[in-house]
Design a protein around this ligand. Structure first.
Ligand code: FMN
Length: 300
């Protein structure tokens, strides 16, 4: 059997495949279909200090090569997550990555401060695509100086490893990655969605403005992973447009240590278990012994 285990921030994950934040509710929703204990780790929906109600519908829109979502960061808040859902992950002994955000620097920092270390928490994944309300709604993740300052402050209030999840809507993503690294980030998640709109030609309106995800993101994510892994010596979790095991293998070869799968789960809810099974078969069929043998091996 191929060895699919990977090390992330001092923890050993049984395999390097996870859901992408916001695409698998609070985990329990998948229970009737397959056991999420089979994943390397579960990634929470983006959590904030207090519950947040998000946007009115429509919240999801199917596009030709992907999907637009406008959930508006709807979530139950950190306290409700830990009280209501953490026991579910404890029962499963499933490692958890806590995705979190704030609408101000203070909210990010207070949120990170209030999340206490737990044997199952692998890391905090700071979603840096969130709009900074005090700065006119511009995302925190767009300027290296802002990323540096925010990551540094987050790191100063928690003992849990912190990874920065970056927006691709920037001039040079490896400059942003470098800023996060310099500020002490333990890892990176690349990439978040790209903003877009849908135009309804019959009603001459825009029914949804939001983040585009899905297949069209894959080449953009691969380029980001390749460039950032060449400059920044911390683990990268790759995400964006992974629809099957071949896409996942490409992410590992480009330099990702683990991958997350989002939109594909909306198309086929069994995508993640299929990817886990098939990357194992790929490793065996090519004569490798471990997933580690294919990480970052792509020639330039
Ligand atoms: C419905 C939906 C909700 C999402 N919610 C979050 C979120 O709360 N926090 C976050 O960092 N990313 C969120 N994302 C972005 C995904 O985690 C992922 O980065 C993006 O969808 C690209 O991966 P994919 O093409 O596999 O979907 C969301 C995406 C979707 C489709």
């Amino acid at each position: 059997m191929a060895d699919l285990t990977v090390e992330l921030f001092g923890k050993t994950l049984k395999n390097p495949v996870m859901n992408a934040s916001g695409t698998m509710g609070y985990g329990v929703e998948m229970e009737p279909l397959w056991d999420i204990k089979n994943m390397g780790a579960y990634v929470t929906k983006g959590l904030s200090l207090k519950p947040h109600h998000g946007n009115p519908p429509p919240r999801i829109w199917e596009e030709r090569h992907g999907m637009i979502n406008s959930i508006g960061l709807h979530n139950i808040g950190i306290d409700a997550f830990f009280n209501n859902f953490m026991p579910f992950f404890e029962k499963k002994e499933l490692p958890v990555i806590i995705n979190f955000f704030g609408f101000s620097e203070e909210e990010y920092i207070e949120c990170a401060r209030q999340i206490k270390p737990h044997r199952l928490i692998v890391c905090l994944e700071a979603n840096l695509s969130c709009p900074n309300i005090k700065a006119g709604g511009i995302s925190f993740g767009k300027e290296p100086e802002n990323v540096y300052r925010l990551v540094k402050k987050i790191k100063s209030v928690t003992e849990i490893p912190v990874i920065a999840k970056l927006t691709p809507e920037v001039k040079n993503i490896s400059d942003i990655a470098m800023a996060a690294y310099d500020a002490g980030a333990d890892g990176l998640t690349l990439i978040n969605t790209i903003p877009g709109i849908y135009v309804d030609i019959d009603n001459k309106n825009i029914p949804i403005k939001g983040g585009l995800s899905g297949p069209f993101l894959k080449p953009i994510a691969l380029k980001a992973i390749k460039e950032c892994s060449e400059r920044v010596p911390i683990p990268i979790i790759g995400v964006g447009g992974i629809m099957d095991w071949k896409d996942a293998v490409a992410f590992f070869m480009a330099g990702a240590r683990a991958v997350q799968v989002g939109t594909a789960t909306f198309v086929d809810p069994f995508t993640i278990p299929k990817i886990i099974e098939n990357i194992g078969e790929f490793i065996n069929s090519k004569g490798y012994s471990s997933i580690k043998d294919i990480i970052g091996v792509v020639n330039t």
